[in-house]
Design a protein around this ligand. Structure first.
Ligand SMILES: [Zn+2]
Length: 344
């Protein structure tokens, strides 16, 4: 894994490389942007790049440019002991700090973990202790704090102290999909790099070219994941179109059942895509349908709902997703969903 494997984000990577080239590395960065788009992967690869002893530095404009990065030259080697140790998170100078609950929980980008997620003060104190020493073998010590918004108030205060007097040759990278939850003082200490979700067409192209998906599947995954590549990749091997259509069919015949919260979130998002398509067709908005593989069916069925009814259904799904995050009783949610969304 190296910069050339990261899809999109060329502007952000180029800006980081410029920082390094011009000797203007910040002691703290904030990588912000939607979930599952590659922020953490970029952070790890940046740690690799700045520490790779055999990376090639070339004058700007040298080599071939692709994905905004000098592919052949401006990248870590991926093969040296330093690169390999970072890949396996075994490097003594590169640390990934995550919420306590996440360490044991199976990470799923489709659903939220049910356990409480917090980065605790003990983790920040440990980081502070480690940052006090000079790097063992790397040029720079790197601490990547994933989902930094999950820091407790105490942890955040402790981090602020460290950021106010940053140790030499040490870089902190805060990764967050919800920077509004970070304190203003922490934000003021970080150089912000903003990441964006991939554009629909860009992502479709990546899924087709790099992952050999057919066009219909690539289209659905790009829309459904809203440009979040990691989320699309998580479900790319499923027979997603068939699964989706059978779920929607079940739903039409009132056979809604939620196994758990994760399942409910997944299904509600599928239904959302369905109602969104129906509404756009009714509004004659010449939409890019998400369920393009079911266009004929959608056209035939669009008149079973009125526009206010569709808006009502969409509103209900957003509310359901909101309450799902706040531990609504699943049985209650299932029966409410049946009542609100299914036509009798
Ligand atoms: Zn290397």
């Amino acid at each position: 894994m190296s910069f050339s494997d990261i899809k999109g984000h060329s502007v952000q990577i180029r800006s980081l490389l410029e920082n390094l080239r011009n000797n203007r590395l910040a002691s703290a960065y904030l990588f912000s942007g939607p979930e599952a788009i590659g922020k953490k992967m970029t952070a790890l690869n940046f740690a690799k790049f700045i520490n790779c002893p055999v990376r090639n530095d070339v004058p700007p404009n040298g080599g071939t440019i692709s994905n905004g990065v000098n592919q052949a030259l401006d990248d870590s080697c991926g093969e040296c002991p330093s690169c390999k140790k970072i890949d396996s998170l075994q490097h003594p100078d590169v640390f990934l700090i995550t919420s306590e609950a996440e360490k044991d929980a199976e990470t799923s980008l489709l659903g939220k973990k049910e356990a409480s997620r917090a980065i605790k003060i003990e983790q920040v104190k440990e980081m502070e202790k480690r940052s006090a020493f000079r790097p063992y073998e790397a040029k720079y010590k790197v601490f990547i704090i994933d989902q930094a918004e999950n820091m407790t108030q105490e942890a955040s205060d402790a981090l602020l102290k460290t950021l106010e007097e940053p140790p030499k040759d040490t870089i902190f990278i805060l990764v967050s999909a919800n920077e509004k939850l970070l304190s203003a003082t922490i934000l003021s200490r970080c150089r912000r790099i903003k990441f964006n979700a991939l554009a629909l067409e860009e992502m479709k192209e990546i899924l087709m070219e790099c992952y050999h998906l057919d066009e219909k599947k690539a289209h659905f995954l790009s829309c459904f994941s809203q440009g979040r590549l990691a989320l699309a990749l998580e479900i790319k091997d499923k027979d997603i179109l068939r699964e989706k259509n059978s779920l929607i069919e079940d739903f039409i015949y009132k056979r809604i059942d939620f196994r758990d919260r994760h399942d409910a979130q997944y299904k509600l998002n599928l239904f959302l895509s369905w109602f969104r398509d129906l509404l756009l067709l009714k509004l004659k908005a010449r939409p890019t349908l998400i369920n393009i593989d079911k266009e004929a069916y959608l056209m035939k069925n669009k008149d079973s709902y009125s526009i206010p009814e569709l808006k009502d259904c969409i509103g209900f799904i957003y509310k359901a997703l909101f309450y799902l995050e706040r531990n609504i009783n699943l049985r209650l949610l299932t029966s409410l969903t049946r009542i609100k969304l299914c036509k009798t």
